[in-house]
Design a protein around this ligand. Structure first.
Ligand code: VG1
Ligand code: CO
Length: 541
């Protein structure tokens, strides 16, 4: 097997979700190879093992897979399972790792980041539990990448990724598989497809926007073929290397068409979209968009309506910046609620040890113990199952939820691509000011506590510090400041704003108005507008 000499690259440090860089960085000679070799060197169980490989279909997906396959063969992997045409959604990859007992999986995706030659690329490593590698592993890969001297790669022709079947690279077996079937079967085993099918047959209407990303084939199979939604219910269903020039992030700005449809007078009963790699979801009803933190809470409160969860859930977890709406439901159900740092990898231990069944993030991620990733279509089916059982509209279900549990007004302001040094300085300045904030009033909001969030994993005892700056108010409101770990240009400052309202007469406010005091307080505390020269956030979700 040829050994190619190379020298380390700076910055091959996986962030919130894998190594994510601009395509022009990833395609430098030896760049991908160095990272993949660092991974094989750091995860010895892959030698002799089974590896799942697939991606979201973005530019460079298939070339990267060919390189990884030749390197896997040279590094002693016994067998690779590859999604046909190189496609696998993130939750489908997690499903396959678990179902076939693989030692791990490589998912080629930069998730919701734009694709194409001028866009982003990424690579995520998931372990044998099907979940994103914990920090212990990603730190080891990074350390290795900094001292690497070369990599092993087999001499072999490209594999035909479009052809389902068995082939071989040297001693390594390669099986190209249907990327959809196992995953669709898993979801069908969790939900009452008969009941959902009957609801659709009785005239319930839905639309799903796959945003020219990986979920198209999955949504067509599940929603149209298995559940009987009319052909055309799944829009933008063909995965394209540049996502059709779009930005596969299912929010009000990038999924504009879907939001317009759902707020029009002949809106269908249900609308949803997913992101580049199929792990995120946004769900909407006629004239109503459900905030992801609320969706997590509503799903937690109603999960027992779906067959797989009918005996109840063991607990729920949310990332720290996610609103505390799910905690209120957990309390009512008498199950524990956990608060973890941002990123799905932190849910893995809680799911593996059975302490939680459901988890989610404010960034449009929801999932359960069925896999070890957030799962966009799982959330869609959970909602459809709830709707089929309750026979009410999305708006009615949400309104009843708020009446019962109170409402957590919530939004996130992102300041994107700001100078990295400035962003670090802004965070350092807030951090230093935290002790002085306690007791300070911003209109009627009084700061009761302020800290830099450190997570202590209750399962393996590991600690992760510096996971976001929290400012808690006496009223129960919160402001959180955090720097993104998935961006590829400069730094993105995220400001998370939350206000709890139990007063039944105040449940229908406009979110921006409800959060005005907190939005103003956040700027006084961090001065991002003054310091970055931006007059408003680049993105509000
Ligand atoms: C963002 C989200 C986080 C999510 C992560 C990966 O991270 O905030 O909740 O887990 O993306 O999701 P950050 O560090 O940029 O805030 V995905 O769908 O991009 O794999
Ligand atoms: Co994603």
């Amino acid at each position: 097997m040829p050994h190619i000499a190379s020298t380390p690259f700076d910055g091959q440090k996986p962030g919130t979700s894998g190594l994510r860089k601009q395509v022009k960085i990833f395609t430098q000679t030896h760049y991908l190879e160095n990272f993949v070799q660092s991974l094989f060197d750091s995860v010895p169980e892959l030698s002799g093992g089974l590896l799942v490989i697939g991606g979201d279909g973005r530019f460079y997906n298939d070339s990267a897979i060919q390189i990884i396959l030749r390197m896997a063969a040279a590094n002693g992997v016994a067998k690779c399972l590859v999604g046909q045409n190189g496609l696998l959604s993130t939750p489908a990859a997690s499903c396959l790792i678990r179902k076939y007992g693989a030692q791990g999986g490589l998912i080629l995706s930069a998730s919701h980041n734009p694709g194409g030659p001028d866009g982003d690329f990424g690579i995520k490593f998931n372990g044998a539990n099907g979940g994103p590698a914990p920090e212990r592993v990603t730190n080891a890969i990074y350390a290795r990448s900094q001292i690497i001297t070369g990599y092993d790669i087999a001499n072999a022709a490209n594999i035909e990724l479009g052809q389902i079947g068995h082939t071989q690279i040297g001693d390594m077996a390669v099986q190209i598989i249907d990327p959809v079937r196992d995953y669709a079967d898993l979801l069908e085993s969790l939900f009452d497809f008969g009941k959902i099918r009957a609801m659709i047959a009785n005239g319930f209407t839905l639309t799903f926007d796959a945003m020219h990303a990986v979920t198209g084939p999955y949504a067509k199979e599940i929603l149209q073929s298995r559940l009987g939604a009319p052909i055309g219910s799944v829009k933008n269903a063909t995965p394209l290397p540049d996502f059709g020039g779009g930005h596969p992030d299912p929010n009000r700005v990038y999924a504009k068409e879907l939001f317009e449809t759902m707020f029009s007078k002949d809106a269908p009963d249900f609308g949803a979209a997913s992101d580049g790699d199929g792990d995120r979801n946004i769900v909407l009803g006629k004239g109503v968009a459900i905030a992801p933190s609320d969706s997590l809470a509503i799903i937690t409160a109603n999960a027992h309506l779906a067959p797989a969860y009918q005996d109840g859930i063991s607990g729920v977890a949310r990332s720290m910046p996610t609103s505390r709406a799910a905690d209120v439901v957990a309390k009512a159900l008498g199950v524990p609620a956990f608060e973890t740092p941002t990123g799905w990898k932190f849910f893995g231990n809680l799911l593996d040890s059975g302490q939680i069944t459901i988890c989610g993030e404010e960034s449009a991620g929801t999932g359960s113990s069925h896999v070890r990733e957030k799962d966009g279509l799982w959330a869609v089916l959970m909602w459809l199952n709830i709707l089929a059982q309750r026979g009410q509209s999305m708006a009615e279900i949400q309104a009843q939820h708020f009446t019962k549990y109170g409402r957590h007004y919530y939004c996130r302001h992102d300041y994107e691509a700001i100078d990295s040094t400035l962003a670090a300085q802004i965070m350092a300045d807030i951090d230093a000011a935290l002790p002085r904030l306690i007791g300070r009033a911003f209109d009627d909001e009084i700061v009761s506590a302020a800290d830099n969030f450190t997570y202590h994993d209750p399962v393996d005892g590991s600690s992760s510090d510096n996971q976001g700056l929290r400012i808690l108010f006496k009223s129960g409101s919160r402001i959180v400041f955090r720097l993104s770990g998935t961006g590829t240009v400069g730094a993105t400052l995220r400001i998370y704003l939350e206000r709890y309202e139990a007063d039944k007469t105040l449940l229908g406010l406009n979110t921006d108005k409800a959060l005005t005091t907190l939005i103003e307080a956040a700027e006084i505390i961090c001065q991002v507008k003054a310091r970055s020269g931006k007059s408003k956030p680049d993105m509000i979700t």
